[in-house]
Design a protein around this ligand. Structure first.
Ligand code: PLP
Length: 394
């Protein structure tokens, strides 16, 4: 199995992780492509997650923007309200096949922690979530959610007390206890085989979307658009369309207060090539190679790197990576609420923000699919503060 995507990806890890990753790679190859595994996985996606998710024609948003026809891939309708559950169920099912009793994960804002705790409860696994102390203070309700779901949440108190230290702590634990423990990674990032494995569990998004658009329109879309944090919802939508040269593919990173402000999360547009979390990819780093903190209004996009396959797709020019600021994303957020009665996640609103500026320039007979990666209930506090500050609805 190729560990790289062109010059990106790989396995840049300490010696103590080589063996657990080799064991994981072997199990992934042996089980995940077997009919038995695929059937059970599919059954959980249908009966627990609620797949296939809808492909919804957004008529009023289309009329409002006056350009291409807009379809939304409704990952927000999945159980737990986002695409993350597709991946978590796949990985925990694999952990079961491997005979593990316990899963661990790290979490920043808490979304991946809640998804992992959900999957652990579903499969009767012990679950420990590592979370920075500062993040635990900021995300009290998500900590409580994880505990209700039966997970132990361990505070990581050193350093900045945020995601970076939580990741280090989870890797430490994985090295020490991989005999009974599986590390569930939340996006298409990390050392091989994680980026490949996460893609495998998210590619259902694009496979469904393709069948659905062929069914209603009789042809492929002209554009597909997704937001990019680590890149899992995006690669999930993109994967099945990459071979279709006529489909233009767009990944939207979070530009925060603008790339020139330095406060952003654009690993591609505002970063450089380096090593982060065991992979070679585009990262946000200073001249000495130290990771710069990422900023975005959306907690799910403020990751200072990007999955290695995206770095490769950027290199070969197959996917166009763009960026959208907080303000542009919140305009997309507001417009979807008001035209369609759907409150989107602020992450997904970055894809909508791009559509707000670009779809009006497209032809009316063109077709766009936007990945609505999650619902916005979790973001109502953030949206409240933002709209209050900017004088909306008051
Ligand atoms: C976590 C999250 C993201 C960002 O993660 P990716 O791996 O880039 O998909 C995007 N949207 C939602 C709703 C999320 O919860």
């Amino acid at each position: 199995m190729d560990k790289n995507f062109g010059r990106f990806g790989g396995q840049y890890v300490p010696k103590a992780l080589v063996e657990p990753l080799a064991e994981l790679e072997e199990a992934f190859e042996n089980y995940c492509y077997s009919e038995d595994f695929k059937n059970i996985y599919k059954k959980y996606l249908e009966e627990y997650v609620g797949r296939p998710s809808l492909l919804y024609y957004a008529d009023r948003l289309t009329k409002k923007l006056g350009g291409a026809k807009i379809y939304l891939k409704r990952e927000d309708l999945n159980h737990t309200g986002a695409h993350k559950i597709n991946n978590v169920i796949g990985q925990i099912l694999l952990a079961k096949y491997m005979g593990k009793k316990r899963v661990i994960a790290e979490t920043g804002a808490g979304q991946h922690g809640v998804a992992t705790a959900t999957g652990a409860a579903l499969f009767g696994m012990e679950c420990t979530i590592y979370m920075g102390e500062e993040d635990m203070r900021r995300q009290k309700l998500n900590v409580f959610r994880m505990r209700m779901l039966g997970a132990e949440v361990k505070a990581v108190a050193y350093g900045t007390g945020t995601l970076k230290e939580a990741v280090d702590e989870a890797f430490e634990e994985y090295m020490k206890r991989y005999d009974d423990t599986f590390y569930v990674v939340g996006s298409a990032v990390g050392p091989h085989p994680y980026p490949l494995m996460v893609r495998e569990f998210q590619k259902v998004i694009g496979e469904e979307a393709k069948a659905q658009i062929l069914e209603v329109e009789g042809r492929l879309p002209d554009y597909i658009i997704a937001c990019v944090g680590g890149g899992s919802n995006a690669i999930g939508l993109f994967h099945d369309f990459i071979k279709d040269d006529e489909v233009r593919i767009i990944g939207v990173e979070a530009a925060g207060h603008g790339i020139e402000s330095g406060e952003h999360a654009c690993a591609i547009e505002g970063g450089k090539i380096g090593i982060l979390h065991g992979m070679k990819t585009y990262i946000m780093a200073d001249d000495n190679g130290n990771i710069k903190p990422a900023y975005s209004i959306s907690a799910g996009l403020d990751y200072p790197g990007i999955g290695p396959e995206h770095a490769y797709l950027k290199d070969i020019g197959r996917v166009k990576y763009v960026s959208v600021t907080d303000d542009e994303a919140m305009e997309g957020f507001r417009m979807l609420c008001e035209t369609e009665g759907i409150i989107p996640a602020i992450e997904s609103s970055h894809a909508l923000g791009y559509a707000v500026s670009e779809v009006p320039k497209m032809n009316k007979d063109e077709i766009v699919i936007i990945n609505l990666s999650g619902r916005g209930d979790k973001d109502v506090n953030t949206a409240y503060k933002y709209f209050e500050k900017h004088g909306f609805y008051y």
